[in-house]
Design a protein around this ligand. Structure first.
Ligand code: SF4
Length: 381
């Protein structure tokens, strides 16, 4: 069923041709904006530098529903939203006057409610409190973010599928210059709901799957059907033609090549277009616990990341996104630089894993000059 939605992993040679095509398009965009060879060269070399640091210059492309996807947090190529994403990145190196996204990605927890009890939950302190926002207030936050230029929004919680009808309306009513993704444990996501998300204009769903052994995943998530719910949600997402990413919090016991390869194979077999690796952080329910990965474990993860993304034998594996790898080379990409986190009580934080509690989102958005109110910098990267 999943294959009826027209997904494929382009061959090695097509990947090379695509890489060239995307680079030429970036040069074309830069010429359009700057009309100066010097500026084009400068901006192109900065973008290539970042690309080399993030992916070794060899990204895997995903072809789905007639469009190419380069990264989980990047719009499909070719598209207007892709151009705006690139223009926003260019603007950071050499400012220009074209429209940009002030925020490339925002993670917005739209509900405190959740049926799971995950060991790593970063919203642990807020779970199942009274809802902070009415549906109209949620819409208002999103429309104000969009007015400032918002490339990608991840609707999370709590469990956003608990607030399904409100979420459908938020997505359906919003301007489509923003990609809407749903971050879910898989709860409540069957084919009919996945179809409704697609019809409302959602781009994709990120399903958390923290272990490929059902009992271990269930224990980690504190719910005896968590594995079944996650696999069913992944299947429904695929069937509805939405993009699918599988996300895993890689615990110390799993930070090894054997687990990471088996997980990547399993996620790919479930139809993942992308796989996301998260490192455990001592925040939320993990606060005060000794969960941080050791240097040796990080080295092992980074080796597996490069091998699974680059080696010819793993061309069939969905591209892996590994934020820790990027951050160690580029510094923090969140903390208000181009992204931030709004928790289910409306507090603005550097990111889901660094709780800075800087402002109430509406106070911040109502400030005429948002640059006056900076979000705290990341203390780790
Ligand atoms: S991590 Fe997500 S799914 Fe798990 S308890 Fe927290 S909000 Fe719920």
């Amino acid at each position: 069923m999943a294959d009826s939605i027209n997904r494929s992993r382009p061959s090695y040679f097509i990947q090379i041709a695509l890489r060239m095509r995307v680079r030429m398009h970036i040069v074309f965009l830069a010429f359009k904006v700057y009309r100066s060879i010097k500026k084009v060269k400068l901006v192109f070399s900065e973008i290539m530098k970042i690309d080399r640091k993030i992916s070794g210059g060899k990204r895997k492309y995903v072809l789905k529903n007639g469009k190419y996807w380069i990264g989980l947090y990047m719009p499909a190529f070719p598209s207007k939203n892709f151009d705006r994403y690139i223009l926003s990145e260019m603007n950071r190196f050499v400012p220009h006057t074209f429209a940009v996204n002030n925020f490339q990605q925002v993670n917005f927890a739209i509900t405190t409610k959740c049926p799971m009890r995950c060991e790593h939950c970063f919203e642990w302190d807020n779970l199942n409190l009274h809802e902070t926002f009415t549906k109209d207030e949620l819409k208002n936050v999103i429309s104000k973010l969009q007015a400032r230029g918002l490339g990608h929004i991840s609707l999370s919680g709590g469990e956003p599928m608990v607030r399904f009808n409100d979420m459908l309306e938020l997505i359906g009513d919003a301007d489509k210059s923003t990609a809407f993704w749903v971050l879910t444990s898989g709860f409540n996501l069957d084919f009919s709901r996945a179809q409704k998300l697609k019809q409302a204009g959602a781009t994709g769903v990120i399903v958390s799957l923290d272990d490929i052994t059902p009992e271990k995943h269930n224990r980690f998530r504190g719910h005896n059907q968590a594995y079944q719910l996650a696999t069913k949600a992944a299947q429904a997402t695929n069937q509805a033609g939405l993009m699918l990413a599988i996300s895993v919090c890689v615990l110390r016991e799993n930070a090894n090549a054997a687990f990471l390869t088996s997980h990547a194979e399993a996620a790919t077999a479930m139809g993942a277009d992308f796989i996301q690796w998260l490192e455990p952080k001592a925040e939320g329910n993990f606060r005060g616990k000794d969960v941080t990965l050791s240097t040796e474990q990080i080295i092992e993860m980074e080796k597996s990341f490069l091998s699974l993304n680059h080696d010819a034998q793993y061309l069939h594996i969905a591209p892996i996104m590994y934020h820790g790898y990027y951050q160690r080379r580029l510094g923090c990409l969140s903390a208000g630089k181009s992204s931030f986190y709004v928790d289910s009580r409306g507090m603005v934080h550097s990111c889901p894993f660094c709780h800075s509690s800087d402002y109430q989102i509406m106070d911040w958005l109502n400030n005429a000059d948002p640059k006056m109110n900076k979000i705290s910098a990341c203390p780790s990267y």
